[in-house]
Design a protein around this ligand. Structure first.
Ligand SMILES: [Zn+2]
Length: 170
């Protein structure tokens, strides 16, 4: 599956971003490691947030959440940092949506598909454990991968059919 999978623009961007940080395997998607690489301060608090004061950048994560939920909320706040949403004077409603999509793509990036056994009967649980994300997030991302995969497959198959039809009529 990983070989033929293309993914949308934002998905490719998420994967590219992690690769530039030298993050190539699931266990590397680690809060402390990414904060060190991105020069972000990190603390546990009562809520998850992304705070910028001049050059200082802080991500706080809700200490009351599970480790998997914390990890995913971190990727959400990291997305705000990546897109530098704080530099815009007015809050745009698209920012939340952008961060939501991007964090989902960061959670299971395209270049790590090779670690996933997509044929497994226990796929959601395995992916949730491997990438340290809640099961509902794993499910959401997997659904999204299958949808995209089918979309592109159907697209290319129909294109191939067009070519072969033409071949036969000639
Ligand atoms: Zn947000």
């Amino acid at each position: 599956m990983g070989i033929n999978y293309v993914g949308n623009y934002l998905e490719q961007k998420a994967s590219q971003y992690l690769k530039t940080l030298g993050i190539h395997k699931p266990s590397d998607i680690n809060i402390e490691q990414i904060c060190a690489l991105e020069n972000l301060d990190y603390r546990l608090g009562n809520a998850s947030s992304y705070i910028v004061v001049n050059e200082y950048r802080l991500i706080t994560i809700n200490k009351h959440k599970s480790s998997k939920q914390q990890n995913f909320e971190f990727l959400h706040e990291l997305s705000h940092n990546h897109f530098e949403h704080h530099i815009y004077l007015t809050q745009c409603s698209n920012f939340e949506q952008e961060a939501c999509h991007f964090s989902l793509y960061l959670a299971i990036p395209i270049h790590m598909f090779r670690f996933i056994n997509f044929e497994s009967d226990n796929l959601i649980q395995e992916v949730s454990d491997m990438f340290n994300i809640p099961e509902e997030i794993a499910y959401q991302r997997l659904q999204n991968i299958f949808d995209n995969y089918n979309y592109y497959n159907i697209f290319f198959t129909s294109k191939k059919n067009v070519c072969s039809n033409r071949f036969y009529t000639n």
